[in-house]
Ligand binder design. Structure first.
Ligand code: PLP
Ligand code: COI
Length: 339
């Protein structure tokens, strides 16, 4: 434990002490159970294995200068997991139980919350899976809600430094009116081929275009896309992107900094009008984009030539982190202290 190099942590899995589990059987949720096993023993015909009845969430806890542990916007994650459950016909895990489970798992694993100033945080991964056995394509009658935690460093190795991304037309992560707006495992499976291809070519992520017309910007790997143009914060509206809680928070911060927010379909040909571009998400936080290479059109859009983030991205990043860690007051009621 003493040997954890907090500031050198990758975004990866590390064993912690406990996880929390809760089973849905006979039409109701049971009690929260504490487990120290990393293993699930499940039926081979469970619907999560065959028919993708699986949804997950991602949120973070931060240690403050004051030694307190704060969790960011967990109610939003709880609500999004309900929306994912509705989208793939799973039992809904109530918001209050979700918050109780998160509090409990963070408290029990408190020694794994990275120290203030290390650049690392405790990643919280709630999971909901269909456990009941089915062979026909039908929803399960039993479910498991589980939440584990693991300390993580930055999602992109570079941290808060601009990264290159690419556009590749041959791939979609979700259908135009499919499951893109919910956080289900199938969307991530569908993104693996394009994601790997992009990484092999030296890009951090794929900037997906809308799957219907390929005329508009969608989202960027496991993160939303936003851009800065003058005093405007622009971010795509689309029926195939995940409503990011980080993006929602940045929109609020941008408005409160006096910026104009435009959330609308954003045409591909607007790319050359942006001053800054970035991806945002729990894992990605804000990761500025240095360039976007359109690999089919052989065009590049450059947003950072000197390897430095843009000034607006930097301002938003500092403000978001200050609220998350408790360095600055939280006027929005976004953070909850774990005690
Ligand atoms: N888009 C996708 C596809 C994601 O996986 C994530 C990560 O959760 C996001 C966007 C960002 O969402 P959030 O800010 O709620 O983490
Ligand atoms: C998150 O940002 O929490 C995510 O879920 C991204 C992830 C798939 C690593």
């Amino acid at each position: 434990m003493d040997t954890i190099n907090w500031s050198g942590l990758p975004f990866g899995y590390m064993r912690t002490d406990y996880n929390i589990r809760c089973y849905y059987r006979d039409g109701k949720w049971g009690e929260l159970e504490v487990s120290s096993s990393e293993i699930l023993n499940i039926h081979m015909a469970a619907t999560c294995l065959h028919y993708g009845q699986e949804a997950f969430e991602g949120l973070k806890a931060f240690k403050g200068k004051d030694g307190k542990v704060r969790v960011f916007r967990m109610e939003e994650n709880a609500k999004r997991m309900i929306s994912s459950s509705q989208g793939i016909k799973m039992a809904e895990f109530p918001v209050e139980r979700f918050e109780e489970a998160v509090r409990k798992v963070v408290k029990l694993n408190e020694r794994f919350v990275p120290p203030y100033g290390s650049g690392a945080s405790l990643y919280i991964r709630p999971l909901l899976i269909g456990l009941g056995a089915q062979v026909g394509v039908k929803p399960a009658d039993e479910y498991l809600f589980l939440v584990f935690v693991t300390p993580v460093g930055p999602y992109f190795k570079s941290g808060f430094k601009p990264v290159p991304v690419c556009i590749m037309r041959g791939y979609d992560r979700a259908a135009p009116e499919g499951t893109g707006t919910i956080k289900v495992g199938g969307n991530y499976a569908a993104s693996l081929v394009a994601g790997n291809k992009a990484q092999e070519k030296g890009y951090a992520a794929v900037l997906y275009l809308d799957p219907k017309e390929k005329m508009y910007l969608d989202e960027c790997g496991p993160a939303n896309f936003f851009a800065i143009r003058g005093n405007s914060y622009l971010t795509p509206a689309s029926t195939s992107i995940l409503p990011s809680i980080t993006n929602k928070s940045l929109i609020r911060l941008a408005e409160d900094m006096g910026m104009k927010v435009e959330r609308r379909p954003i045409q591909l040909d607007e790319l050359n009008s942006f001053d800054e571009a970035a991806e945002c998400g729990t894992a990605a936080v804000i990761t500025p984009i240095s360039r976007i290479d359109d690999l089919d059109e052989d065009r590049s859009y450059i947003y950072s030539k000197d390897g430095k983030p843009g000034v607006v991205c930097e301002k938003l990043y500092n403000r978001l982190l200050a609220i998350q860690t408790g360095d600055e007051p939280d006027p929005y009621g976004w953070v909850k202290i774990i005690d």
